[in-house]
Ligand binder design. Structure first.
Ligand code: ADP
Ligand code: TRP
Length: 333
């Protein structure tokens, strides 16, 4: 029996943080035995922010090393770099013909980016979801493990896949679905600044590569309030964020302990933060050690990238051949 196909990727724009790990990479690792997995580094997508060639190179190397350090196994999953598979750019071109300006302009991620970088509202940002759809459907992926912030982009990918199938009256592409474990909702890891999600560009992230001293410093500085004044009071977002992080990295007993203190108005945020910092460190320290080791081994990194590129190109070119035939690119002369 064939295993269902899974694909996901991350842009190489810096170090991986806890949001990337718990929103995406941890699920990659859990899926690699039971699914046919493709995990990639979205270096073409990252060009929308105009990195220098040096930053692009070091970003790709960093994410590759971090994927491996987290436990993605290149013998089980296909790990590859997006730009090593030029077939995806060809499919992106075809899909662009059926992607409409109105729907692309309405995408929240486009509106966000246009607001954040008003001097660089380029066409790549606008068609970002089209390239993401091409990434997914070129491998005929059925499942896509991503965090909550990618929900709308994934919805667009579904739309483009359905549209193509309908237009050419052929089920070329399976319709990809988000994947989470145990029927849970897609997750959003909060930042330490009391609002929203943890993110690279939000400047509120704890990286897997972060050293323990810096983790302690960041957690101790996290925003809170002056403490509950009534028993069983509802938590404001800034306080809920600490609890959500604790729910992710600490044991249920630890979480229950601080929850009880909060409900009795006896909580001391300093104690809670100390515990949270230590729990984050126990999680990240072994990963950090492996990142350092792997970053030092260029030969191994090159071998993994080559193996992944070969496997991904084979799968992508198979789909592209079918797509071109369906579109009508047949040689008649
Ligand atoms: P960033 O937001 O830091 O730029 P990316 O957009 O490259 O990170 O995200 C890569 C992956 O990590 C995606 O699957 C995304 O959904 C997930 N992710 C990023 N931040 C979070 C978060 N705070 N909570 C859950 N998942 C996240
Ligand atoms: N848009 C994703 C992000 O910023 C990265 C990405 C590109 C991706 N192509 C993808 C994720 C395909 C899943 C599937 O996080």
């Amino acid at each position: 029996m064939n295993k269902p196909t899974v694909l996901s990727g991350i842009r190489p724009t810096g170090y991986l943080h806890l949001g990337n790990y718990f929103g995406a990479v941890r699920n990659f690792i859990r899926m690699q035995d039971d699914f046919d997995c493709f995990f990639f580094i979205a270096d073409i997508h990252s060009l929308t922010t105009h990195p220098t060639p040096g930053d692009l190179q070091s970003g790709v190397k960093q994410v590759l090393a971090e994927y491996l350090a987290c436990g993605i196994d290149p013998e089980k999953a296909t790990i590859f770099i997006q730009s090593d598979v030029p077939e995806v750019a060809e499919l992106y071109t075809f899909l662009n013909m059926n992607a409409y300006l109105g729907e692309l302009e309405r995408t929240t991620s486009f509106k966000d980016k246009a607001r954040k970088q008003p001097d660089n509202v380029n066409a790549g940002l606008l068609t970002y979801p089209v390239l993401m759809a091409a990434d997914i459907i070129i491998h005929k992926a059925q499942f896509v493990p991503v965090g909550k912030d990618q929900e709308q982009n994934l919805e667009m990918a579904r739309k483009f896949a359905k549209r193509f199938n309908r237009m050419y009256k052929k089920e070329v592409f399976p319709i990809p679905r988000p994947y989470t474990f145990d029927g849970k909702d897609m997750i959003k890891v909060p930042g330490l600044d009391g609002s929203g999600k943890m993110g690279k560009s939000e400047g509120n992230a704890i990286n897997l590569y972060e050293d323990p001293k810096s983790i302690r410093k960041k957690v101790m500085r996290a925003v809170t309030d002056s403490g509950p004044t009534e028993m069983n009071q509802e938590k404001p977002e800034s306080v809920q964020n600490l609890f959500t992080l604790m729910e992710i990295v600490s044991t249920p007993d630890t979480l229950a302990h601080f929850d009880e203190l909060y409900n009795k108005c006896e909580i001391r945020y300093g104690d809670m933060k100390k515990q949270l910092a230590e729990d984050i460190i126990s999680y990240t320290a072994p990963i950090r050690e492996r990142i350092i080791e792997i970053l030092d081994d260029n030969e191994y990194l090159a071998k993994v990238a080559k193996l992944g590129a070969d496997k991904a190109r084979e799968s992508a070119s198979r789909t592209l051949r079918e797509v071109k035939e369906v579109i009508g690119f047949k040689r008649l002369f």
